[in-house]
Design a protein around this ligand. Structure first.
Ligand code: ASP
Ligand code: MG
Length: 471
């Protein structure tokens, strides 16, 4: 049975964190037999290695010949500290330092080239930004070897084949499966412990790519599918996905189990815990995905599983998106006129605004949608230009925005087909004098979203969260 375990930046970001990480790996190997480790670049504040690498390269592009040298020193120091603190002088310490220096030198050379050429292609950005993972896995593997584990650092360029969309490459799974099984299969069978770089892959020509920021979670899922693994665990620095933002709701707690669809409904909010692309490769292949806390390992965390029938009526989470406005296009002349909605959203798209929620009642007298507050003025002028004629003829009476507002979303697949949930939601808000400005529920019935004023957002989340235990 193979377990894929991914460790985030904080889990490899300091000497104590790495000791803890190594202990978790050791335990997992004893229990599971075959373990594949995936690691991010060091990412403990103030040194977030990927950010530093990108800053150095971008400053070089701007003609700054100093910053990347400062960055190189910061990177050297951060990795030295780990190597010094973990590896014994009579062991691999010297070799690890020398190997790490080679990466730093390469970073400096690449930044110098950027400075001279005055050009920073997406391809060069990937070659530079992916180095953080190449450094961290080598330190981690060396430390695991010192503890007596048969660890070997592996660059995912050998395993994950991608297209050439640098900065946000897409894995080509058939080839990735073939490469991964050919490379890791025999290693695991021989008892080895592969320690693989997150975040990176390579094109068919062998050119390094990255999967997008935060992409190490995705790497673990890709390898989990490719092996295939029995489970994929994402070790991070929180206990899992919470039922609400604990800063808003002190009673928020970790959700033990979420389905695929529930996680998708958490999107914006859940993305802070897990890279959104992580779920599909594993969960759709029946591989459970578990989120656990490196610094609180006995906590069970959150497990994400495939969708399943659930008539429990249960609400699992309440989330909020702040700083929005609700734009309304209204007029009696809109009734039965085809194309108004299409023209509305084309006009919004031209203003580059992202639409978060849409509602229209069957009277067709108005269309409402929410956009980020900062985009409101641009959206309204784009709409006024589009509908200049209709406004003049009074077919459309008004285009206006209410702001600031927030969207509060109640999530739970158990709400599907369970009558009475909407009633409970509106009673809870009504009992606390919270006015609901607009409502949206998708036909999946896994979530209900409500627009309330910004001033009411926190209270709405708090009171709806009280329903979690009550349902
Ligand atoms: N190191 C990469 C980043 O910071 C990938 C990751 O941490 O998941 O985006
Ligand atoms: Mg992450």
């Amino acid at each position: 049975m193979t377990l894929v375990m991914k460790f985030g930046g904080t889990s490899v970001g300091s000497v104590p964190a790495l000791r803890q990480t190594a202990e978790l790996i050791q335990q997992a190997q004893q229990t599971w037999g075959q373990v594949v480790v995936v690691a991010s670049a060091m990412g403990t504040k103030p040194v977030k290695v990927t950010d530093l690498l990108l800053t150095g390269a971008k400053r070089a592009l701007a003609g700054d010949s100093h910053t990347f040298l400062d960055v190189a020193e910061q990177l050297r120091r951060a990795h030295y500290e780990l190597i010094d603190g973990l590896l014994e002088p009579e062991g691999e310490r010297q070799a690890a330092l020398a190997e790490n220096d080679q990466f730093i030198d390469r970073f400096v050379a690449l930044c110098q080239a950027v400075l001279v050429l005055g050009e920073l292609t997406p391809r060069a950005l990937d070659a530079i930004s992916g180095m953080g993972e190449q450094m961290s896995v080598r330190v981690l593997a060396a430390y695991l070897r010192q503890l007596g584990l048969p660890a070997q650092a592996v660059d995912a360029t050998e395993l994950i084949r991608t297209d050439a969309a640098f900065q946000s490459a897409t894995p080509m799974m058939a080839e990735t499966i073939r490469l991964t099984q050919a490379r890791l299969g025999p290693a695991l069978a021989a008892g080895d412990l592969p320690v693989v770089t997150g975040f990176i892959g390579a094109t068919a020509a062998g050119v390094m790519t990255t999967l997008g920021r935060g992409g190490s979670d995705f790497s673990a899922a890709i390898l989990g599918q490719a092996l295939p693994a029995k489970e994929v665990w994402i070790w991070t620095d929180v206990d899992g996905v919470m039922s609400a933002d604990p800063r808003l709701v002190p009673a928020a707690r970790t959700i033990p189990e979420l389905t695929n669809r529930e996680v998708s409904e958490l999107a914006y909010y859940g993305a802070k815990v897990l890279h959104p692309k992580t779920i599909r490769p594993v969960v759709e292949n029946g591989i459970p995905l578990r989120i656990k806390n490196t610094f609180n390992p006995h906590h069970a965390g959150t497990v994400i599983v495939a969708d399943k029938p659930d008539g429990s009526g249960q609400i699992k989470a309440v989330t909020a998106i702040p700083d929005l406005s609700l734009v309304t296009v209204e007029g009696k002349g809109m009734l039965g006129v085809p194309g108004i909605a299409a023209r509305t959203f084309s006009a919004v798209a031209r203003s580059q605004a992202n639409v978060l929620l849409i509602t229209q009642a069957s009277s067709e007298q108005s269309i409402c949608f929410s956009v980020p507050e900062a985009a409101t003025a641009a959206v309204i002028s784009s709409l006024e230009a589009e509908f200049a004629h209709e406004l003049q003829r009074r077919d459309i009476d008004r285009i206006w925005a209410q702001q600031p507002v927030g969207i509060v979303t109640v999530v739970g697949a158990g709400m599907r087909g369970t009558p009475g949930i909407a009633g409970k939601i509106f009673s809870a808000l009504g009992a606390h004098d919270i006015n609901v400005i607009a409502i949206a529920q998708g036909s999946s019935e896994c979530s209900v979203s409500l627009v309330v004023t910004a001033a009411d957002t926190a209270a709405a989340v708090q009171h709806l969260h009280e329903l979690i235990n009550a349902t």
